[in-house]
Design a protein around this ligand. Sequence first.
Ligand SMILES: Cc1cc2nc3c(=O)[nH]c(=O)nc-3n(C[C@H](O)[C@H](O)[C@H](O)COP(=O)(O)O)c2cc1C
Length: 237
Amino acid sequence: MDSILKIIRERRSARVPFDRERPVPAEHLRAILDAARWTPTAHNMQNFEIVVVDDRKLLDAIANIRSQASEVFIRENYEQLSFSDEELRRRKVGLHGQMFPPSWRMPSLTAPFDEAHPHSILGEAARASAALLVVLYDPRRRAPASEGDVLGMMSLGCLLENMWLAASSLGIGFQVQSAMSGPDVEAEVKKLLGIPDPLRIGFACRIGYPLVEPEYLRVRRDLEDFVHRNQYGSKTG
Ligand SMILES: Cc1cc2nc3c(=O)[nH]c(=O)nc-3n(C[C@H](O)[C@H](O)[C@H](O)COP(=O)(O)O)c2cc1C
């Protein structure tokens, strides 16, 4: 097995279609779910349920849900975008605008929903997946005294990372789909999957074998950009 640091470095978002006809072998799916099982969670609450969706009819039904990015999303997404490799390298944070449809690359939502340029990316991505892992949580069960259940949400983040690293180490493509918990999508997905109230969808991950190599510029800040030694503002040198 590769060293954990190598797996961390090589983990990436696979924003590409996956082979619909190539399922993830049962033992690999089990390994990803076992990585989920051993997630560290606040108070060991294990505050998650996972619905594995690999039924083609259900994947297609989810793909057919019409979802539109909100005005807030379009505006705040825009703030994270760069419009050239050079700009993204300089900023070292955020994403390249190219990975979004043109209607998402504007500072505001300028047009109503347009079938030719839908604001949704859920559709085809969900369809082009071997499976979806839909992660649920119960908002009534917060981590003790954790305001806004920040600790519970962090625990879901740990779950995400555990599954992602496990999938990467097995050569399985992985993409987070936050849109699955969006206001217009969540209710429909819950209905399709028989998820009872008050459970909420935290996020979903699509997994499978990429049909093409994910190719886009990925940037990170340098250590000295965010590490402070003893006093805030004192750099590691
Ligand atoms: C909580 C969370 C939510 C995310 N939501 C999405 C998403 O909805 N769609 C997507 O393509 N990537 C999503 N990502 C992936 C990030 O955009 C990605 O990790 C980041 O751009 C760094 O790129 P990398 O994963 O290739 O290293 C999410 C990541 C996290 C941790």
